[in-house]
Design a protein around this ligand. Structure first.
Ligand SMILES: NC(=O)c1ccc[n+]([C@@H]2O[C@H](COP(=O)([O-])OP(=O)(O)OC[C@H]3O[C@@H](n4cnc5c(N)ncnc54)[C@H](OP(=O)(O)O)[C@@H]3O)[C@@H](O)[C@H]2O)c1
Length: 280
């Protein structure tokens, strides 16, 4: 029993890094958790580890590949069929430094980090509304400050920058814009939304950085456990009830990039709805 007893959370990418630590922290407080992951094996290992450590057996696995919109639809259907309420959706899963396109035809960072989560959120919105008070938490990044806007052609073709970081920054700007627009559209429904930067964290996100650069880079970074703090805060802090559309760093609100404008958020919403046929 804990203070989150009776509350249901769905966390994407909960098998490793910040997502795993977020799941562990919430499970330790008695929450019911759905872990949406792309590898069933790694997901089961995470569940076993969390259950053993916290004693919480209210943990369920959902299969999800955010780069494949059919997989996103199946994941949402499977969750909705359980009949469970949804109090908090944490759009945590993401990748950086990859090159290519998703199965659904988007630049790989944009498709995985924004388009998939946009559709998942849209498909779960009615359940969130029914479960209100409810929250949507987008794990964005300070990297969004590096994006001055969104090139609508670039998000439909292969990654072009050498490091992939230009495309990653755009995808994280999209996470911030998505939370802002959700905040406006869900005003008065009891469902709030926010975006956050977890800190610079020594997680698997650096998996594409070649050795020996990787250990040198990650040595001074914070742990995934520290990285989960702001996610857990945004997902559970009572003082955030009624707060919506904000961007948080170190459990405090912070102004997002100047490029996160109302107009761009509206345009991203319109295009994302068209791409995913999610309505809205
Ligand atoms: N680490 C940092 O310094 C940092 C800084 C700012 C923001 N962030 C953000 O924090 C979030 C969590 O990242 P992390 O640092 O914890 O990285 P991580 O350790 O690499 O974890 C990322 C998670 O996302 C999952 N994922 C990747 N592609 C997916 C897909 N197509 N479908 C479903 N799941 C997918 C991964 O699954 P697999 O294990 O199967 O690959 C993994 O569970 C990301 O959104 C990232 O952008 C991280």
């Amino acid at each position: 029993m804990g203070d989150l007893d009776g509350r249901t959370f769905l966390i994407t990418g909960a098998n490793t890094g910040i997502g795993l630590e977020t799941a562990r922290a919430l499970a330790g407080r008695g929450a019911r958790l759905f872990l949406a992951v792309r590898s069933e094996e790694r997901g089961r290992q995470a569940i076993e580890e969390i259950a053993t450590q916290t004693g919480n057996r209210n943990l369920e696995l959902l299969s999800l590949d955010l780069g494949d919109l059919d997989s996103v639809r199946r994941c949402a259907e499977t969750f909705l069929a359980t009949g469970a309420p949804l109090h908090v959706l944490i759009n945590n899963a993401g990748l950086a430094g990859a090159h290519g396109m998703t199965a659904s035809g988007f630049e790989i960072a944009f498709g995985t980090n924004h388009v998939g989560p946009f559709l998942l959120t849209a498909l779960l919105l009615d359940r969130l509304r029914l479960s209100a008070p409810a929250r949507i938490v987008n794990v964005a990044s300070v990297a969004h400050y590096n994006a001055s806007g969104i090139d609508w052609n670039a998000v439909r073709r292969r990654t072009r920058s050498f490091t992939g970081m230009r495309e990653y920054s755009v995808s994280k700007l999209a996470n911030v814009l998505h939370a802002q627009e959700l905040g406006r559209r869900l005003d008065g429904t009891g469902v709030t939304a926010c975006a956050l930067h977890p800190g610079t964290i020594a997680s698997d996100i650096w998996r594409r950085v070649p050795w020996p650069l990787r250990p040198l880079m990650t040595r001074r970074m914070k742990s995934p456990r520290e990285g989960a703090r702001t996610s857990v805060y945004c997902a559970t802090a009572p003082e955030l009830a009624g707060e919506t559309g904000g961007y948080y760093v170190d459990c405090r609100p912070q102004a997002p990039a100047a490029s996160a404008t109302l107009t761009l958020a509206g345009e991203l919403w319109r295009r994302s709805s068209e791409w995913t046929a999610a309505g809205g």
